[in-house]
Design a protein around this ligand. Structure first.
Ligand code: BMA
Length: 349
């Protein structure tokens, strides 16, 4: 079992569903890996935007060296956010090695693919934050989606290298805010030492007043990198935000997927940010919120020991649904009470 010291466990208040909520078997078109989805409630329905890396499988990839054909972003709807996801017949976004398969001009040069969607509804408009691989580096894109989830338009894109952007669901002091994770390759010894940052914008196009929110060294269960995960939710005590945290067992990237193990472990942490100034951390749990434990999180799939939240929904009864990709292969859900999540951020350990 690819588990190493320290053993990391999910918080006691977190209840994982025993099975993934969306897998390749639910998709009506070519699908291999379904993961890292964004989820929101829009007009009373749950909407999921999920990543799909397609065109190969474990056997073809390992034995015949057949790689992925493309990456798409699909859309699914559910009435309860857990069961019976209805997947739209065609993906919203579909790229095969730089070619937009829908024939759409995204208006940004050299896009190779768009992936890892995060959904945020702001003032009734639906936005996706996307990671965007280009031939000149990884960029973060913000796209506005139309009402029936059949089309989108890129509103702004960062310079390379920036990824894992998430938007706050409302303006704060008149500005839009986003959390983000640039890749500062020359920062601390030429290794991955990636941190979580925040920027603000008057119009979602022009971003500035960037500040670091948390460094990887602030997180006791990370030794490699951290960054945003799901878009934050608003509570009376502050903005509750998940973040991804990576620790490596030994130096080096490991392998390319579907091997016996991968040497980066992805967990998720939880942090409470100030309501008026979300660059200020009120408190952070010193232990992980979600760690890979179940077989399809820790032992199976494309990259074992990986969980990555992309959606968080606060229900009227105070329950929070947290959606996360597992092993870069399937999409899962966990539940927790909002007060327990706040307590995790503020308790003394
Ligand atoms: C990151 C991204 C994520 C992925 C993770 C683990 O760098 O590519 O999409 O979930 O690695 O493989």
């Amino acid at each position: 079992m690819p588990i190493w010291e320290p053993i990391l466990k999910s918080a006691d208040c977190l209840k994982k569903l025993e099975k993934p909520v969306l897998t390749k078997d639910d998709i009506p078109y070519d699908a291999t890996l379904i993961f890292n989805a964004g989820v929101e409630k829009v007009n009373g329905k749950y909407v999921m935007a999920f990543r799909n890396d397609y065109g190969t499988d474990n056997e073809k990839y390992v034995n015949e060296k057949i790689g992925f054909k493309g990456t798409s972003v699909g859309i699914a709807f559910s009435d309860d956010g857990i069961t019976n996801w209805q997947v739209m017949e065609v993906p919203l976004i579909d790229y095969q090695h730089g070619k937009n398969m829908r024939g759409k001009d995204d208006g940004v040069a050299d896009i190779e693919r768009l992936y890892d969607p995060r959904i945020t509804v702001i003032e009734g408009e639906v936005y996706l934050c996307l990671a965007m691989d280009t031939s000149h580096g990884i960029r973060g894109a913000i796209a506005k989606v139309n009402k029936d989830f059949t089309d989108y338009e890129i509103v702004s894109a960062t310079v390379p290298d920036n990824r894992n952007m998430v938007l706050f669901p409302e303006k704060i002091g008149g500005y839009y805010y986003r959390l983000e994770r640039p890749f500062p390759v020359y920062s601390r010894g030429g290794k991955d030492r990636f941190d979580m940052w925040i920027s603000k914008s008057p119009d979602l196009k022009f971003w500035g007043e960037s500040k670091m929110v948390m460094a990887v060294e602030h997180v006791p269960f990370a030794n490699d990198k951290i960054g945003p995960a799901a878009p934050p939710i608003k509570t009376e005590k502050g903005w509750l935000a998940t973040f991804h945290a990576v620790d490596i067992e030994k130096e080096g990237r490991g392998q390319e997927g579907w091997d016996t193990w991968w040497n980066k472990r992805y967990t998720a942490g939880i942090v409470l940010l100030d309501l008026e100034d979300p660059s200020k951390v009120i408190g952070m749990s010193k232990l992980p919120l979600i760690a890979p434990e179940l077989p399809f999180e820790a032992d199976e799939g494309f990259r074992q020991n990986v969980i990555f939240p992309g959606g968080m929904i606060l229900e009227d009864d105070g329950q929070v649904k947290i959606y996360y990709g597992a092993s870069d292969t399937v999409e899962c859900v966990a539940n927790a009470d909002v007060n327990d999540l706040i307590a995790l951020c503020t308790e003394e350990l």
